[in-house]
Design a protein around this ligand. Sequence first.
Ligand SMILES: C[S@@+](CC[C@H](N)C(=O)[O-])C[C@H]1O[C@@H](n2cnc3c(N)ncnc32)[C@H](O)[C@@H]1O
Length: 279
Amino acid sequence: MNVVNTPRSGSITASKGSVSLVGAGPGAYDLLTIRAAKTLDSADVVYYDSLVDSSVLTHINPKARRVFVGKRKGFSAMPQQEIQNRMRDDALAGYQVVRLKGGDPFIFGRGGEELADLRTSGISVKVVPGVTSAIAAAAETGIPLTHRDIATSVTFVTGHTLDGSIPDLDGLVSSKRTLVVYMGVSNAGTIVSQLLGVGVPGSIPVAVIERATLPGQRLVKTTLKALTIDLVRYDIVTPALLVIGDVAALGGLDTEPVLPVHMTSKPSEPFAWVHHPMG
Ligand SMILES: C[S@@+](CC[C@H](N)C(=O)[O-])C[C@H]1O[C@@H](n2cnc3c(N)ncnc32)[C@H](O)[C@@H]1O
């Protein structure tokens, strides 16, 4: 790649080791990219998150050191700064380090923070994209996030910012605009109030997709005004996404979830399709 505004050579001393920020995809084993699998296969050390399904970990070089750095029961196994420090030290020691993250590293995955921090230390960093959960969840449930007739744009937003609040959603949902909310379940009440407060109709369709591409995946179709009740009624837990907009009404119609290729028969707990009547 030719980036013209970087020096031709010399000013940055690259370490022998490197760090690859790798997207593991939404969970299903066969949604990992070939590039991600190759990178895992040649790793010396892998730092991985809780959103990474165990089937994906089978691609890791058997000789690599594995370090779990995700959250368990709401607590981080390792503080973010310590993860960054350890990756830096491993790379400086000459190791090929992989930071394996659910979905895509640059979509609500702290990939940007880690990239900047490691580059500041002169570490060579590569990014391997992953299928972000919104794209996978929409595909699995037959929800076209854009559609020439009913959605000309889609916005990905976090339902949980650094200080625990939600971002300003004004203008993000309207006729022809789809909103996908990551990490939105615990703040759903606030999201609904904010959207109703800026004039979004309570009748607008909402799809909730839990455990997209994983055994036990569920789709709940509801509306903005019924969302919080239905999250409780169907006992929706993380990981789950909210798709808000007219396209959400198309979900689940004549679509079947695609089973991961390594499953020769249906999982014991089948994919559940929960359709709640709109209205
Ligand atoms: C910290 S964000 C990480 C997002 C990730 N980097 C990505 O690109 O998908 C975690 C949130 O992503 C969403 N998510 C991740 N995997 C999911 C899945 N398999 N099914 C539904 N939602 C998922 C949920 O909203 C979850 O709370």
